[in-house]
Design a protein around this ligand. Structure first.
Ligand SMILES: Nc1ccn([C@H]2C[C@H](O)[C@@H](COP(=O)(O)OP(=O)(O)OP(=O)(O)O)O2)c(=O)n1
Length: 185
């Protein structure tokens, strides 16, 4: 069941769902708006001829920090990683789903290309998979509302929350736009 604003606030007050920082006006009817951080990662296209998810390519991406008051310009067809400002924490019986915002969708901005699931047990900032499917560059200003998170109560608490020993959980605790881990079995 998707949590209502009422239930989201209850979970926040109980400290079971963590969203930091959080402005009260960011709680929407069935979601919470999240904001764009200043940290990005772009692909070093001039140095690599391919992406191979199964091998370690340490310099595949480079970090970009947008200075105060600045913007990251996402060009048509460009793909870059971004981050939420907020650190998100979930208990073992709540699933988070990262969704876009209609206003930005209407401009051609996508904030995740495939991965929208935030696992029960997750703790960290969220890495955004930003792409521009419009025909003009889009100015991305740190601090802007970039997406929304909805929450679903699980049928029961999960046996092994994200971060449990032996699970992998490569991204637990991540801060900033975080590059992909090498794909394992
Ligand atoms: N746009 C998103 C979506 C998810 N996550 C975080 C929350 C998820 O709980 C975590 C792991 O996501 P997946 O399970 O989809 O990723 P993998 O299965 O590839 O990674 P792992 O092996 O760590 O489970 O990444 C994120 O930072 N940004």
């Amino acid at each position: 069941m998707v949590l209502s604003d009422r239930d989201i606030k209850r979970e926040l007050e109980a400290g079971r769902i963590v969203i930091e920082p959080l402005k009260p006006q960011d709680v929407q009817p069935a979601s919470v708006d999240v904001r764009l951080g200043a940290n990005f990662r772009v692909f070093r296209n001039s140095e690599h001829t391919f992406i191979d998810p199964s091998i370690d390519q340490p310099n595949l991406t480079e970090e970009i920090e947008v200075p105060e008051g600045g913007a990251f310009i996402l060009h048509p067809g460009q793909f870059a990683l971004g981050t939420t400002v907020e650190r998100i924490g979930l208990p073992d019986d709540v699933l988070g789903k990262l969704e876009g915002k209609s206003t930005l969708g209407r401009l051609g901005l996508m904030i995740h290309s495939t991965a929208g699931y935030v696992d029960p047990g997750w703790d960290g900032e969220l890495t955004l998979e930003l792409s521009n499917v419009a025909t003009l560059p889009i100015m991305l200003r740190p601090g802007m509302r970039i997406g929304q998170l909805s929450f679903e109560r699980m049928s029961s608490p999960v046996e092994r929350p994200y971060g449990s020993a032996g699970l992998g959980s490569h991204y637990q605790g991540q801060r900033g736009a975080t590059a992909s881990h090498v794909l394992t079995d």
